[in-house]
Design a protein around this ligand. Structure first.
Ligand SMILES: [Zn+2]
Length: 255
């Protein structure tokens, strides 16, 4: 039976039966892979190596076309301990993991998202004491993931209908195809629209063009921070039709 080994981040674990768990690994080589793990009574079994938000090297096996693989072993590369001992960091990482879990499909590898995810977790720890910075890292990483999947419309400061520059205090909307001004929004039928301020548009434009760490000095005002957060979450919701479980607690931290 073929044996596969890949660096991976654990997205989720859940009970399968009394002595089995299903662990969803986001592997570098094969994308999202569900694996059945038999809970071993042996003291040698390292449960930390199948805990969510852990970077590991997993080995699993199964016939080529099965939907569920079987676990051989997992070796921890990075346990990301600080992410598990701080409520704030835990919320960021859980929310991000949940988004990845439902955005990427099984057995559909995406090296770019894998690297973005790894970078995101590493950076949360690196900047754990700077709340503004981890917030920006969250936004930038999320935009990068959305772009990679093709569900993010380019944000710039022109109405994509009338091409007029978005200015100051007027209402602006983000729809699936981009930014729309207050006049044009009345002419169209938009199913999903988010109302944001002009300054949020400017921040989103910068964040969307940022490489990791480049705009971590950006100082986003609280109103825009909320609007950007809500907008980015709405992109996920519109695409998946799902709520995010960890969101309620998380929102308190963002505000
Ligand atoms: Zn317009």
């Amino acid at each position: 039976m073929p044996l596969y080994t890949s660096e991976s981040i654990i997205l989720k674990t859940s009970d399968f039966s009394e002595n089995k768990r299903i662990v969803i690994f986001f592997t570098e080589k094969k994308g999202k892979v569900p694996v059945v793990v038999r809970k071993s009574k042996s003291k040698k079994f390292n449960f930390a190596a199948i805990e969510p938000t852990t970077l590991c090297r997993v080995t699993y096996f199964g016939k080529e076309n099965v939907q569920l693989f079987r676990f051989s072993n997992s070796e921890i590369i990075n346990y990301y301990l600080p992410l598990k001992s701080s409520l704030t960091l835990l919320n960021y990482s859980s929310c991000f993991s949940e988004i990845i879990l439902y955005l990427v499909r099984d057995f559909d590898p995406n090296k770019y998202i894998f690297e973005t995810y790894k970078n995101f977790l590493k950076s949360l720890i690196e900047f754990k004491d700077e709340s503004n910075t981890i917030n920006l890292i969250f936004f930038i990483s999320l935009i990068q993931v959305y772009k990679s999947i093709g569900i993010y419309s380019e944000i710039n400061d022109l109405c994509h209908m009338c091409k007029i520059k978005i200015d100051g205090n007027k209402k602006v909307f983000i729809v699936e195809r981009g930014v729309v001004c207050n006049e044009c929004i009345k002419k169209g039928n938009y199913y999903n629209k988010s109302e944001v301020s002009a300054s949020s548009i400017m921040f989103l434009k910068t964040l969307g063009n940022s490489k990791f760490h480049v705009s971590t000095k950006l100082n986003i005002n609280p109103q825009s921070r909320r609007e950007i957060f809500d907008y980015l979450i709405s992109v996920y919701k519109n695409y998946t039709n799902r709520e995010i479980n960890s969101l309620k607690v998380f929102r308190e931290i963002i505000r």
